[in-house]
Design a protein around this ligand. Sequence first.
Ligand SMILES: Nc1ncnc2c1ncn2[C@@H]1O[C@H](COP(=O)(O)OP(=O)(O)O)[C@@H](O)[C@H]1O
Ligand SMILES: [Mg+2]
Length: 350
Amino acid sequence: MKKVKVGLIFGGKSAEHSVSLMSAAAIYQHLNKERYEPFLIYINRAGEWCLTGNTSFKEEELKKEKFHSFMPWSSEWAAALDADIYFPVLHGPNGEDGRIQGLFELAGKPFVGADSFSSQLAMDKVTAKMLFAQAGLEQAPYLYFTENNLEQIVELTRKKLSFPIFVKPCSMGSSVGIRKVKDDAELLAAVDLAFSYDNKIVIEKAIEMRELEISVMGNDEIMVSSPGELLPSKEFYDYEDKYLKGETQFRIPVRLGDELEARIKKTAHKAYRSLFLNGYARVDLFLEKQSNAVLINEINTIPGFTAISMFPKLWQAQGISFAELLERLIAYGFDYFNQRKENVDEGLGR
Ligand SMILES: Nc1ncnc2c1ncn2[C@@H]1O[C@H](COP(=O)(O)OP(=O)(O)O)[C@@H](O)[C@H]1O
Ligand SMILES: [Mg+2]
């Protein structure tokens, strides 16, 4: 049988560059080489691209490659353009936000994961919140602002929310630019910080909660895993905790009882649908301590994918190995592509 050529794209121009290297290394390692022929496209921190045979997944090594400003559609790159399917393993802005997905769509190539439209919806916290509300999902009370008008922000925040609150840029990820705020003075600094990353910011009430994550995959029919819990080592799950200290503890899966687990799964299912997602995603939830209410926080369309990451670990807990998970995700990518192509062909009367 002819092997399926899988173009792994990793690195990227985001704060999660080094996580992407680890995710890509794990995916490369676990891809069944009897069925798939992986090849590697690395994007450095400057956003330049290279095709590489270097499987170290180390930045110092990869630096030595010859880079191009963009995927060059030339003969030299024939191998890169020849993938049967692309697998973007890029976390955060420029990788998870629909941009690269749009490039594959434009090129008429299948790829793994959410399409460009739903990726954008998931990345934009304000838009996602609106759609979650529309679907009847509960979430933390929030406000959003598109203008750094401090007077107005302070007034509205005082009126509608009570401290402590979270101030976030609308579409960053990795907790970059996020602050937990306890008073007016902190609010001013946090608003400036958030606006330095984005032209939209979100302010939301801090919830006393247990932090849950759950894996979802599929297109027309979707599968939802059991939930996992993370226990940040600090006040909240910030950048340092996520990537530098590694002291966060995980419960994979977490046992919460049938009723609650069913409610959590239903919420995850609805949330995935509410953003019109396909492929796969990790849905992040808050379990409010006092009320046991399940609140949706956000959806990550390219979640951490290292061997110890929540997304693959949750499937593993259900008996789906890393390698099998990759096979499924690739199959979903092809299915979605073919289905869309049929729709277009039919629409054009072909
Ligand atoms: N409303 C909230 N109440 C309590 N904790 C929150 C709230 N919003 C965010 N957090 C904490 O901050 C972390 C990062 O926020 P999140 O919205 O997930 O941003 P990012 O997209 O950067 O991951 C969460 O994982 C959680 O620990
Ligand atoms: Mg998050």
